[in-house]
Design a protein around this ligand. Structure first.
Ligand code: V55
Ligand code: FE
Length: 536
């Protein structure tokens, strides 16, 4: 017993520990709550195991995982949904299947996909876990078998060769399949109507020559192509990036390879009509730390950023790299090219934006330096002298998870959207002293005028990422609705789907779909028009 308590203390780096926390950590370390050995007359027989989530399980703000696959026919809708909104809003986020290893992070929970199918003013809700290889292995064993975030050294030996992918980051739709994505593994393909998993390791019919696939593919709406990539493509911590394009039927018609200056997180990328661009971040892969049981990344503030550009359809050996200072930028709002220039809009901050990825050199997490604003990165490829890339801050609003009218991916665009926090808005006193100002606005950015408009949901709620829904087929850019999930913080985090008119950002939502529970937190979501879905 004494030996065990020592190990536990080490694992939580000397934090003061009450008994409850201690038991929780022990349970997490063992993957189960170990009650065998108790002298209670109710003690189960030897080797019996129960599943218990400690109160401090990461994610969900202390509420614990959701874990409920469910169907609701005809959700409660407040307000009116116009009949021209016809389609499916999909969302995904991590939702632990089994209690995580002590010290693991929210980004490692099993992906859970939900769908709001909207038609004729009615909304049907469905949620399913994609049956990843990892999910199935753990379900069969009735316990956690995978260790730390993207760290194969911490896994149970029984899962060697089983895909580690959690499919927890993004859902997109292409050639009739819904892809649930995690950047360390190939897509998991689902039936877009039933959410049944149809392939737990999708390789585009064998055409995918990478061991990984990003969560952020891009879509060229003129050609129907999906342009995508995988980093660490030849295995753990490799400096190879695989880049490809799949046609509207899902056949890979172009592929190439590049090497990166150093191996860091490449969470998103940019595609214009002419170019493809990557931003390499100081969120560096660290194999030594993985071997010591840590997560995949640590922020190395001594590293520069690198902006790499190659031609779409070209050869990876012609990639050019442009240097920049330490910055964190995770998501692309939009990208376009003009002659030999490429422009990439991203939310960008000075330093590490993820409190759960450690700073390698021991600096404390800095929330001010982690606040991101929309920046425009650019280079002129006709300029042959080696230079840094250019960057310009476009707007002062702070936030993350920027989006655009997705019909304008790869081409010049005018409107962007982002969940933001507004320092001038009140915080409901019943929320007490909140550590972070809630993200309770959706801001619409007009790049033509540099003006913004803002939807504010109120002082008691926070907003997850939004998706843009065109008002009707052929509607002008940005003319339509923003759709996203709100967390009602004074109702134990209950979830509502809100639909906001982009022409009336100041107004209340036109409709609110009231879920009778608190769902897991979304990372990303995707809108699919009804006419693009398979016929039932
Ligand atoms: C992100 C999210 C991830 C991940 C890496 O938002 C980067 C960025 C939910 O998982 O693994
Ligand atoms: Fe992302």
């Amino acid at each position: 017993m004494r030996k065990k308590s020592k190990q536990t203390k080490k694992a939580t780096s000397g934090a003061a520990m009450n008994r409850r926390k201690f038991m929780g950590t022990l349970a997490a370390a063992a993957g189960t709550t170990a009650v065998a050995g108790s002298l209670s007359p109710f003690a189960p027989s030897v080797n019996a195991e129960t599943v218990h989530f400690a109160a401090n399980t990461p994610g969900m703000g202390g509420a614990g995982p959701f874990r409920t696959e469910c169907d609701i026919r005809d959700c409660d809708v407040e307000g009116e949904i116009p009949s021209n909104i016809d389609g499916a809003f999909y969302r995904v986020g991590p939702d632990w299947q089994y209690p995580p290893m002590a010290g693991n992070i929210p980004f490692d929970g099993e992906g859970h996909v939900s769908m709001f199918r909207i038609q004729n003013g009615h909304v049907d809700f469905k949620s399913r876990y994609p049956r990843t290889q990892r999910f199935k292995a753990q379900a069969a064993a009735r316990k956690r078998l995978f260790g730390m975030y993207r760290n194969p050294f911490s896994d149970d030996p029984s899962v060697k060769g089983v895909s580690r992918g959690t499919a927890n980051t993004h859902v997109v739709y292409h050639h009739g399949l819904l892809f649930s994505l995690k950047e360390d593994s190939p897509p998991v393909a689902m039936n877009p109507l039933t959410l049944d998993t149809v392939d737990d390791y999708y390789t585009f019919g064998g055409g995918l020559h990478s061991l990984t696939h990003t969560a952020h593919p891009k879509f060229d709406n003129a050609t129907g192509e999906m342009i995508s990539y995988g980093y660490e493509a030849k295995g753990l911590a490799t400096d190879d990036v695989y880049i490809f394009s799949a046609n509207a039927k899902g056949h890979i018609t172009w592929e190439t390879w590049i090497k990166v200056p150093y191996v860091g997180m490449i969470h998103d990328f940019a595609v214009s009509q002419k170019y493809i661009a990557f931003l390499i971040l100081p969120m560096a892969t660290n194999v030594e730390r993985m071997k010591q049981g840590q997560v995949h990344f640590a922020w190395d503030s001594t590293l520069p950023t690198w902006f790499g550009v190659l031609e779409r359809g070209g050869d990876g050996k012609d990639v050019r790299w442009f240097k920049g200072p330490e910055r964190c930028a995770t998501h692309v709002m939009g990208a376009f090219s003009d002659g030999n220039k490429i422009y990439v809009d991203m939310d960008m901050a000075l330093k590490n934006q993820f409190p759960f990825f450690p700073n390698l050199h021991g600096e404390p997490f800095d929330p001010k330096a982690a606040a991101g604003t929309v920046h425009r990165l650019s280079v002129d490829l006709s300029d042959k002298t080696p230079r840094d890339y250019n960057m310009e801050e476009l707007y002062p609003q702070t936030g993350a998870l920027p989006r655009q009218d997705d019909r304008y991916q790869t081409i010049p665009y005018r409107y962007g959207f982002m969940p933001t926090s507004d320092p001038t808005k009140p915080i409901n006193p019943r929320l007490g002293n909140v550590a972070f100002r809630p993200t309770n606005c959706y801001t619409m950015f007009d790049h033509a005028t540099r003006k913004t408009s803002q939807f504010w949901i109120g002082d008691d709620s926070s907003l997850q990422e939004c998706c843009f829904v065109p008002r009707h087929k052929g509607a002008g850019e940005g003319d339509g609705y923003l759709i996203g999930v709100a967390t009602r913080m004074l109702e134990a985090g209950r979830s509502d789907l809100v639909i906001v008119d982009t022409q009336h950002m100041d107004d209340k939502p036109i409709a609110t779909v009231r879920l009778p529970f608190r769902s897991y937190s979304q990372v990303h979501g995707w809108w699919v028009p009804g006419e693009d879905l398979p016929k039932v």
